[in-house]
Design a protein around this ligand. Sequence first.
Ligand code: NAD
Length: 291
Amino acid sequence: MKIGFIGLGNMGMPMALNLARAGHEVRGFDVLAVPEAPLAQANSAADAARDADVVITMLPNGEILTSVAAEIIAAMQPGAVLCDCSTVDVDSARKVADQARDAGLGALDAPVSGGIAGAGGGTLTFMVGGDAESFATVSPLFDVMGQKAVHCGPSGAGQAAKICNNMILGVTMIATCEAFALADKLGLDRQKLFDVVSTSSGSSWSVNAYCPAPGVGPQSPADNGYKPGFASELMLKDLRLAQMAAESSDADTPMGELAAALYARFVEEEDGRGRDFSAMLPRFEQRHRKD
Ligand code: NAD
């Protein structure tokens, strides 16, 4: 397939390279100069999009997606599919999909889980919103870039699945970290807590697969000085998107709201920026009840 790939950052570049290695004809574009890579580069987003069967975008946020979409939708050939893999707000995803459809294009929102390691290794999970025909067209590309693609429903459903998942993740990580810090104060050994919780009703991915306590459970960023992994500021971004969606859909999400507030403090006022989101554990360790 001919693919235009716009946004060649930490995630986009390895995804684009995997597509090129699989034999697809990829033309990439980024506003920043990108490191030398075996990938054809276009001079503009419109140029990357012009002859493509599928245009993939991997951009920082909904505002940038909206402006890039305005430029590329006008340039794309009828019947081509615009597939946005960025994590953006549900409203922007739906608006961009509507504009693409009005121009005779297919449209998918297909945010990912799996991080930079998943992008490099071609093991991402895609959560996809949009029509079945576009999903079928892009599926072979999801197979190259990832290990699983779930068609979640109409436009916006992919972003909805992503922020609901990450809201659960943010809340369970905070609960896990505060429970380990409480166990410390109670003199309970961390390994013993893990042995109990990981096989009991308190188990979750945060405990079992990504334990925030160093030296306990499988290897995780906690064993590497809390180097991300999944950085706290990216968790904050997703929790804020969840709160925007909750506002616009009138959903009551008190735990998600509190998780967003705690990660905002951690990133903006404490030492959380650039650290893995599981570094909430050392944060709680240092705190007292009335802090
Ligand atoms: P990044 O900042 O490394 O990459 C974004 C790229 O978009 C940058 O290279 C930037 O120059 C480029 N860009 C910005 N404006 C542009 C424009 N107008 N035209 C063309 N290019 C433009 O970010 P990333 O880590 O690659 O993340 C990309 C998206 O994936 C984000 O929405 C993020 O939330 C999501 N995501 C990231 C991770 C992760 O672990 N990094 C995991 C899951 C999802």
